[in-house]
Write a new protein. Structure first.
Lengths: 164, 167
């Protein structure tokens, strides 16, 4: 199997967008999220079926009901076909919410199943289907409170990532 | 970012992020020092560590010695290159096991390493690290005890396949 530098670059560009999606929904950064989806894209998250960019608007609003959350992507498989691509990426998401005195953690093991196209040199999603494998909800006992993680541009990550 | 040099540079930075984890999981101080430039600064929060980057490795490896086992797993890595400088965000899930009062406890941390990098003499190293903690937890767990070859020194089987470390 031979792989060209252009193919490596395409794969990295798609991987970068998959991570930027997570950054968007974790920091509630709507413009970053919109840049991951083409304007005419679609998204199917079960509870939401509609446009890709509409999903970003919806989920960034829904996430405000939680205290904080972390979407971590591990396995990424990408199949390239010229300016088209398909990908599957595994995600483990943990979300915390306050319930009276208790802290409740929701945890999901899911896969993002995406179709991509490169338009004017920019890879973005045409369609995303989020397939949930399983989930759990339980009360947790937090260790400490560190106040530096924020869900807006005052988060310290914006001092090291300036691109978007 | 389609030129070959940027692919090579971003891969070198990813490699260093993984080597950081390998360092603190195997308590490999020389390897950890190689991830930070000598004049670097690390801020893990006032209650954990603030000081020179290489000092963070010394402190964390010493603290980890009081635990029974731990695993630092990095997932999402975003890198922005600017010549011989770069910024990165890397998501991390850390699980740490310890024995206290006859109980086995597991600490679970979800955090992000926010790093500034420089390439000096061809080597990428961290000049500044800040850690943002998203959430954490401590709870009692029941171990599935079985044969394990994992050790926190040069006897770990990984040293048979990765020879690059300073050990």
């Amino acid at each position: 199997m031979t792989i060209s530098a252009d193919e490596v670059a395409d794969r990295l560009a798609i991987t970068d967008k998959i991570y930027r999606y997570c950054r968007s929904v974790d920091r509630l950064d709507v413009p970053v999220g919109h840049s991951v989806f083409h304007e005419d894209s679609s998204a199917d998250f079960g509870s939401y079926v509609g446009t890709g960019r509409g999903w970003i608007d919806y989920i960034c609003e829904e996430h405000k009901k939680f205290l904080h959350h972390s979407h971590q992507v591990s396995n990424i498989i990408i199949e390239l076909d010229g300016d088209w691509a398909g990908s599957e990426s595994y995600v483990t998401a943990t979300l915390r919410r306050q319930d009276g005195e208790r802290i409740i953690q929701h945890e999901f093991w899911a896969r993002y199943v995406d179709i991509w196209s490169k338009r004017d040199g920019d890879w973005a999603i045409d369609s995303r289907h989020c397939v949930v494998d399983y989930g759990s909800t339980r009360e947790v006992n937090p260790l400490s409170g560190d106040e530096r993680s924020r869900r807006d541009s005052s988060d310290p990550s914006y001092t090291v990532l300036k691109g978007r | 970012m389609s030129d070959l040099q940027s692919l090579v540079d971003s891969q070198a930075i990813r490699d260093q992020l993984y080597r950081y984890c390998r360092s603190v999981d195997r308590l490999d101080i020389p390897l950890g020092h190689s991830v930070f430039h000598e004049d670097s600064h690390a801020d893990y929060g006032a209650g954990v560590y603030q000081g020179p980057g290489r000092g963070a490795i010394d402190t964390i490896c010493r603290q980890h010695d009081g635990l029974t086992s731990h695993s630092h797993q990095i997932s999402n890595i975003l890198i922005e290159l600017d010549g011989d400088r770069a910024g990165s965000e890397a998501y991390m899930t850390g699980t740490m096991r310890m024995e206290r009062d006859g109980k086995e406890l597991q600490i679970f941390v979800r955090a992000r390493y926010l790093d500034t990098w420089e390439k000096r003499d061809g080597r990428w190293g961290i000049t500044r690290r800040e850690v943002a903690y998203d959430h954490d937890e401590v709870r009692e767990v029941t171990s599935m005890r079985g044969p394990s070859h994992s050790t926190r020194d040069g006897n770990d089987p990984s040293y048979n396949v990765l020879k690059g470390s300073a050990r």
